[in-house]
Design a protein around this ligand. Structure first.
Ligand code: UN1
Length: 494
């Protein structure tokens, strides 16, 4: 048996152990196999990493953005070459099937190319000045050292959204990946190093939220925090940031719905619902956890969904026949299962699933049966709270208007979808849906990086990642006035 590898942090261009030498284990959620030992970092490591990022900032800021873009372009090339290797490691680390981990790496590649191009834009603007012989313009400056705190469900894609946008704008970074997925982050950082990113520009420290995340958010030399994760932790990050007047972007939960009208193509709706509810084992913030169905389509839709959910093959995500992998951890399994009592207590019925799957080799992993609940009313807890697992609630409504009202009425506002063949209904949904993302005749997942990603209400704090606006958070606007009249000209006076 080969020895289990020990991985390190990446600080100032060197792979180093935690100052305390402490490590923690990371295990495969499909079978409990040990994947590696990772640093359990603390305050001293945070200090070193922030100091490295701070020291690297002046030179990186002055590196022409097109040159920064060339490095990102190389990151895209290397990620493409290493896509299969990294995808396999990611499946072992967090369980989602290979098809999806490949997609996760692809999202990093897409972002690398997108932001590489941005190196030749980074648009500011020039406007007329009020006074003669005077120029007025606005340019983008980097913010400084950014802390990127990222989740386990998209271990390459989400760190890529954050780091690549931050880097092209000239910021330097300390990245803290989720404790469940440090290996994917190590691989991503290896790619940056191989692409020629100068030492200190991107630093990686592995460890827990209390030991690493919290000191990072509090550090006086960290100018901004980009966080994706749970609402509970997001709220804390927000408070810490507010006390220090730091800018912060929060990407939190979802309670996303697919609305199915009587006139929908049911075959297509079933495909869209299955993919967005049970893909990634329901562990996407964009996952569909509610089906809001018009009365006429309910019985047939439920019948088909149950049959298809029961036929899904659970197993190790590396096996080509597997359609749904395990939940990321035993803790998540317990949490998901706890919602079954809540559902029953509130008057919902379990149509299928509702229990862990333990037959054969599944006994060694955190597997849960694809679950469909029915007779769910819009304000039941299962229809309001994010469960983050393969649990779908069916809610019946009478009309499009009622569907949209139910869709909009949760504490979250990330993604929605409408299946219909009525062009007028599409326009009504485009106008009245209040989530940050809307799909027509497709499920709730699969956002592309060239459009804004994020949501309304409790999904975040109003920021968007990716898309045209990605640079807003990672840059400061600087307004510049150049007076070449040779005399004192007073705005608003002369
Ligand atoms: C997430 O679940 O946190 O739109 C991100 C999607 C993916 C990203 C999901 N492109 O489903």
């Amino acid at each position: 048996m080969p020895e289990t590898p020990t991985y390190r942090n990446y600080i100032a261009g060197a792979w180093v152990a935690a100052a305390s030498d402490a490590t923690g284990e990371n295990r495969n959620p499909a079978n409990g196999e040990l994947i590696g030992h990772f640093p359990r970092s603390g305050q001293a490591d945070v200090e070193r990493a922030v100091a490295a990022a701070k020291a690297a900032f002046p030179a990186w800021r002055l590196t022409p953005a097109p040159r920064r873009g060339e490095i990102l372009y190389r990151v895209g090339e290397i990620l493409t070459q290493r896509k299969e290797e990294i995808a396999r490691l990611m499946t072992q680390e967090m369980g989602k099937v290979l098809l999806e981990t490949r997609g996760d790496v692809q999202e990093g590649i897409d972002m690398a190319y997108y932001m590489a191009g941005e190196g030749r834009r980074l648009f500011g603007y020039i406007v007329p000045a009020e006074l003669p012989n005077k120029a007025a313009m606005a340019v983008r400056d980097p913010v400084g050292v950014i802390a990127c705190i990222t989740p386990w469900n998209f271990p390459v894609a989400i760190p890529s959204w954050k780091t690549m946008a931050a880097l092209i704008a000239g910021n330097t970074i300390v990245l803290k990946p989720a404790t469940d997925t440090p290996l994917s982050a190590v691989k991503l950082v290896e790619v940056f190093a191989e692409a020629g990113l100068p030492p200190g520009v991107l630093n990686l420290i592995c460890g827990g939220g209390e030991d690493v995340g919290l000191p990072l958010t509090r550090h006086p030399d960290v100018a901004a925090i980009s966080f994706t994760g749970s609402n509970e932790v997001g709220r804390r990050v927000n408070v810490e940031a507010a006390q220090r007047l730091k800018r912060v972007t929060l990407e939190l939960g979802g309670k996303n719905a697919v609305m199915v009208m009587d006139d929908a193509d049911l075959d297509l709706a079933v495909e869209g619902i299955l993919w967005s509810a049970f893909g990634t084992t329901g562990q996407r913030c964009t996952a569909c956890s509610r089906v809001i169905v018009q009365s006429g389509a309910r019985t047939e839709l439920e019948r088909r969904l149950v049959a298809r959910a029961e036929a899904l093959r659970l197993g190790n995500g590396l096996a080509p026949e597997t359609q749904m992998g395990p939940l990321v951890s035993a803790g998540q399994l317990e949490r998901v299962h706890s919602y079954m009592d809540i559902a029953r207590h509130d008057g919902a019925r379990i149509l299928t699933g509702g229990e862990p799957a333990r037959e054969g080799e599944l006994a060694h992993g955190n597997f849960y049966r694809p679950t469909i609940l029915t007779d769910v009313r819009p304000h039941m807890r299962v229809a309001q709270e994010e469960i983050f697992g393969p649990v779908l609630s069916v809610i019946e409504v009478g009309s499009l208007e009622e569907a949209i009202a139910v869709n909009n009425d949760t504490p979250y506002g990330l993604s929605s979808s409408l299946f219909t063949s009525n062009a007028n209904a599409v326009e009504v949904a485009k106008r009245d849906v209040t989530t940050g993302i809307l799909y027509i005749n497709a499920g709730t997942t699969g956002a592309e990086i060239q459009l804004p990603f994020g949501g309304t209400r409790g999904t975040g704090n109003g920021h968007r990642e990716a898309g045209l606006g990605a640079l807003e958070f990672f840059t400061e606007w600087k307004a510049i006035y150049v007076d070449y009249s040779g005399r004192l000209q007073r705005a608003q006076i002369d």
